[in-house]
Design a protein around this ligand. Structure first.
Ligand SMILES: Nc1ncnc2c1ncn2[C@@H]1O[C@H](COP(=O)(O)OP(=O)(O)O)[C@@H](O)[C@H]1O
Ligand SMILES: [Mg+2]
Length: 394
């Protein structure tokens, strides 16, 4: 017999044995790929049954994922749907000597697939969104996840619009741009949207490839509905020393314009640089439709950030003082104070706000002395990037 007919004969024999042993009707065989883990660990394990009278048990205790047999059939049930995993470690001439497949009744096949899909989505443990003014969080949500909503995209297409949206998140460092991206991509996972994170390194590699426009285009393409994040885009696009735009910008913009949008895409770009330093060509509608500023937190927002701190810590300090004394601090700096407080607590068993503030100032002075500028910020400009400095006016 040829290997193909051997395989199909073996396959039929295995699937039929599994169906007979487990009482499945009109059996469908499948391999579960990336879903196998969720399928198996969420199911209730039934007994092992032999294949044609042969059963070899396998001792594994590490995980529920393994069927516990090297040759045999393990029964399972997931939310009332019965299925079987069929393993036959036979020594054949093929490279892959093990048969390992799942079998389910045809009537349950789609139901099972949908359940596992749902389980896979639920499994993503989502952190909370960054602390932002409620209205800003809503705008962010509406323009990304809300925009990709099936009905919304359908309406846009019906009305002849292009299902593509560009968001630019700006603001001084440490106020939640990257955190917002992280939260959004977790949400994408949960909703089953595609997402792509473009790092400055990946961008540079595409730029240096032999067909840069094509490579950049691929980097910024989703095949289904999804979000593409380009965090700290200025780091990739700008010459850090001269702060002048390089020809990168032109390649980047034309690559973006030429991308074929299939189902729906949202681009989320972030930059620490102030808006007036960004090339107007980039900010043009159709490329960037919305700019969201991530500014330093006011007192109520600092308070909300501190409300997320551990109860012991909150009880150990005077929160009103903490809010007052951190005026002008970024979220990241307020979080750094929390870390200092915790370090001190571990050493001394006490919560010492004044010590943390003092330590923070000392650390900051040290850092300021060796400050390095990245991105658009002109040398000599403050970290809020508000100065025009020696920038080129873009
Ligand atoms: N809006 C925010 N809400 C909660 N935490 C924040 C926020 N902004 C910054 N942080 C804290 O500061 C850290 C750095 O912030 P990040 O999002 O990387 O800032 P950016 O990208 O704007 O420079 C985060 O990991 C988080 O701990
Ligand atoms: Mg960032």
């Amino acid at each position: 017999m040829t290997p193909l007919s051997t395989y199909s004969a073996d396959h039929r024999f295995l699937v039929e044995s599994a169906a007979r042993a487990t009482d499945l009707t009109d059996p469908v065989a499948f391999v579960a790929g990336g879903y196998a883990h969720n399928l198996v660990v969420n199911a209730t394990r039934g007994p092992l049954v032999p294949i044609d009278g042969a059963l070899v048990r396998q001792w594994v205790t590490r995980s529920k994922y393994y069927p516990g047999t090297a040759f045999g059939i393990r029964l399972y049930s997931l939310e009332g749907i019965r299925f079987a995993r069929c393993v036959a470690n036979v020594d054949t001439d093929y490279e892959e000597s093990a048969y390992d497949l799942f079998v389910v009744s045809r009537a349950d096949y789609l139901k099972l697939f949908r359940r596992v899909l749902r389980l896979s989505r639920q499994k993503v443990e989502n952190g909370p969104p960054p602390v932002l003014p409620d209205s800003q969080l809503e705008v962010l949500r509406q323009n990304t996840l809300g925009y990709l909503d099936r009905n919304n995209l359908k309406r846009i297409k019906e009305l002849g619009g292009r299902p593509k949206r560009g968001l630019l998140l700006t603001g001084p460092p440490g106020n939640g741009k990257t955190s917002a991206c992280r939260w959004l991509w977790e949400e994408c996972q949960r909703h089953g949207y595609e997402y792509q994170l473009v790092s400055p390194d990946a961008y540079q590699a595409a730029r240096r490839s032999c067909n840069p426009v094509q490579a950049v285009r691929e980097l910024f393409t989703v095949h289904r509905c999804g979000v593409i994040f380009f965090d700290d885009m200025d780091v990739a696009l700008r010459d850090r020393n001269t702060v002048r735009e390089t020809d990168d910008q032109a390649v980047f913009l034309s690559a973006l314009d030429g991308i074929q949008v299939n189902e729906g895409v949202v681009y989320v770009f972030t930059t620490n640089c102030s808006l007036d330093l960004i090339d107007p060509a980039f900010k043009r509608p159709g490329r960037i439709d919305l700019v969201l500023h991530f500014t330093l937190p006011d007192a109520p927002l600092r308070r909300r950030l501190m409300d997320r701190w551990h109860a012991d810590l909150r009880a150990g300090i005077d929160l009103d003082t903490a809010v007052k004394q951190t005026a002008g601090y970024s979220f990241a700096e307020v979080e750094e104070l929390k870390n200092l407080l915790i370090l001190r607590y571990i050493d001394t068993n006490g919560w010492d706000w004044d010590w943390a503030m003092e330590q923070f100032r000392e650390n900051r002075t040290d850092l300021a002395e060796q400050h390095r500028h990245v991105g658009f910020a002109p040398v000599g400009a403050g970290s809020n990037g508000s100065s025009n400095g020696n920038g080129d006016g873009h």
